[in-house]
Design a binder for this molecule. Structure first.
Ligand code: CTP
Ligand code: MG
Length: 235
């Protein structure tokens, strides 16, 4: 299985954590999480997966020296390619798709910022691609979700039983995902995950069980929670 890791963001919502760690703000994937950068934990899970065979990381060139250092420290058995990311996550994945080896039939996309995903989750998603051309790891929503208008007046309370919180990995047939990204680009669709492009093209996307601990490290509190969970795993 081929894996693309979007890692080309700048981590704006993590701002104050850099001050706390006494450093100038950078890509949040370079922040320290119990002795390793956030991205290193994501890569270790991919390395431990029994299905992932090739890893592409989309990054900003300014981060490539740091990414290469992480790769040198981890010394992974699996081949890793660095790919230039874009100015949005959508563009970064688009670039990643262009850089896939031509023989790639299926691909998993997994955010570098979801550093707690387990190898088993990668393998569950890989296995489900035998059945589906589009899938998303997701968990049932625990909160009651409100839909509001611009005045913050609540317009709707969707039935929670139908609501799932999308995570990554998300897995797809390569030709179909390329087609949906091309269509999204041509039509100017702006989306926050790849499944949304698939959906807009009318292609079916299925949910596979995600992991409650598979949070996306977005704000400083997420980093604190990630630290707590990882410490529990390594004890
Ligand atoms: N990402 C990317 N290319 C971009 C923007 C984001 O590859 N131009 C990646 C991030 O590196 C991250 C994932 O997409 O692994 C999810 O994005 P997000 O959590 O929003 O990360 P950032 O964009 O870095 O954070 P922020 O939105 O707070 O600036
Ligand atoms: Mg972002």
């Amino acid at each position: 299985m081929y894996l693309l890791i979007p890692a080309a963001g700048s981590g704006k919502r993590m701002g104050s954590e850099w001050q706390r760690q006494g450093k100038a703000q950078r890509n949040k994937l370079l922040l320290d999480l119990i002795g390793k950068p956030v991205l290193a934990w994501t890569l270790l899970a991919a390395e431990a997966s029994s299905t992932i065979e090739w890893i592409g990381i989309m990054g900003q060139p300014i981060d490539f020296d740091d990414f290469n250092q992480i790769l040198a420290d981890l010394n992974l058995r699996k081949p890793v390619t660095l790919i230039q990311g874009g100015s949005t996550r959508q563009e970064s994945v688009y670039n990643g798709l262009q850089a896939l080896p031509t023989e790639a039939q299926h691909v998993l996309i997994h955010d570098g910022a979801r550093c707690l995903a387990t190898p088993e989750l990668f393998d569950r998603c890989s296995a489900s691609l035998k059945q589906y051309d589009g899938l998303v790891a997701a968990v049932a929503v625990k909160d009651t979700i409100k839909v509001v208008d611009e005045t913050m007046s609540i317009q709707d309370t969707p039935d929670r039983a139908n609501l799932w919180a999308a995570q990554t990995p998300q897995g797809f047939s390569v030709p179909l995902l390329k087609q949906s990204h091309d269509e999204g680009k041509a039509k100017g669709w702006e989306v926050t995950d790849d499944a949304a492009l698939f959906e807009r093209c009318g292609l079916p996307v299925y949910i596979v069980p995600g992991e409650e601990t598979n949070l996306k490290v977005t704000t400083p509190v997420d980093l604190a929670i990630a630290q707590f969970i990882l410490q529990g795993r390594t004890q």
